[in-house]
Structure formats: structure tokens, C-alpha cells
Design a protein around this ligand. Structure first.
Ligand code: SF4
Length: 160
């Protein structure tokens, strides 16, 4: 295992623990997935999910930058994320189906969101929402890193 990989694994463990998440105890699987994350980072500039296809430009795929926005629902429902990188304490009930909507549906939702994005002006600060864990933050800008799940600022959306 090279130094880059060792550091990435260490960071994954640290971030998971800090956010109250658990990595799969299968270290070989975790190492394979971490390798996929690093490969995607090299190819696309983002650690896209190693188990899914990147469709279209990278900015259309921010929902699957790891940790993806589907992780928490999969953990709650199946005890593991789609790839199995994250698990809960309980037993994994079955392989989660991919809950990511098809590309056309995602594009339509993004358009609808853009069209209806009226921001109330009475608020002193805008409210930003972490698309990964739902953390809300009222401030001039989103935090650089989500204090709960460690997602980066670009994973935040304007909520109000
Ligand atoms: S959290 Fe999401 S993006 Fe990350 S490995 Fe699991 S399924 Fe893939």
C-alpha cells in the first residue's frame, strides 16, 4: 500500500469517527473502495462514488461525491451505503438498490429548483443546507467543511 493510499484510509477512518459514522469492518473492501475514490479524484477532480457511473459534466454529479447524498437513507434502511463503505452497528439487511434518480429526472429537478428558488429577503443571513447530512447553517457563506459529516462547502445548497 502506497503512502497516498495509507493517508486516504486514515482520513476516511478519522472523518467517519468524527461524524459518528462507521466504516465497513471488511478492510479489503474499504481499501478497494478508497482506491476507486482516489482514481476518480485523479480522473475527475472529485472523489465520485466508486460504484456508480459519472454521467455528463462533473457538476451534474455532485450528488455522488463520496459521501453521497444517498448514504444516510441507505444506512437507515439497509444498514449500509450502496457501495458498503459505510455501515451501521446493525446487520446489513440486503444490498441497497441504487436510489439515485436517472439523469433526466435529476436534470428536471435541478431546473425546477432553479426556477422556484425565491429566497425570502427578511432573513438576516441566508441558510445553507448540507446536501449530504442535512446540517443547516445561517451565515454569509456555507462552512468550508460540514462539522457533522465533513462534506466540503461545494456540497451545500442555498436552503432559505
Ligand atoms: S457513501 Fe455513497 S458515494 Fe460513498 S461509497 Fe457509499 S454509496 Fe458510494
Amino acid at each position: 500500500m502506497d503512502e497516498r493510499m495509507r493517508k486516504r484510509l486514515e482520513q476516511l477512518k478519522k472523518d467517519a469517527a468524527a461524524g459518528g459514522y462507521k466504516l465497513n469492518p471488511d478492510e479489503e473492501l474499504v481499501a478497494d473502495l478508497a482506491e476507486g475514490l482516489l482514481a476518480n479524484a485523479g480522473r475527475y477532480g472529485q472523489e465520485f462514488c466508486p460504484c456508480r457511473l459519472v454521467e455528463g459534466p462533473p457538476e451534474e454529479n455532485m450528488d455522488i461525491v463520496c459521501p453521497c447524498v444517498y448514504r444516510d437513507d441507505d444506512l437507515a434502511e439497509y444498514g449500509a451505503c450502496f457501495c458498503g463503505l459505510y455501515v451501521t452497528d446493525g446487520v446489513q439487511t440486503k444490498q441497497p438498490p441504487d436510489r439515485r434518480p436517472p439523469r433526466a429526472e435529476r436534470q428536471a429537478a435541478a431546473e425546477a429548483k432553479k426556477a422556484g428558488a425565491a429566497i425570502p429577503t427578511a432573513l438576516k443571513y441566508p441558510v445553507y443546507r448540507c446536501t449530504v447530512c442535512g446540517y443547516l447553517c445561517a451565515n454569509t457563506n456555507p462552512p468550508r467543511v460540514c462539522p457533522v459529516c465533513k462534506a466540503k462547502a461545494e456540497r451545500f445548497e442555498r436552503f432559505m
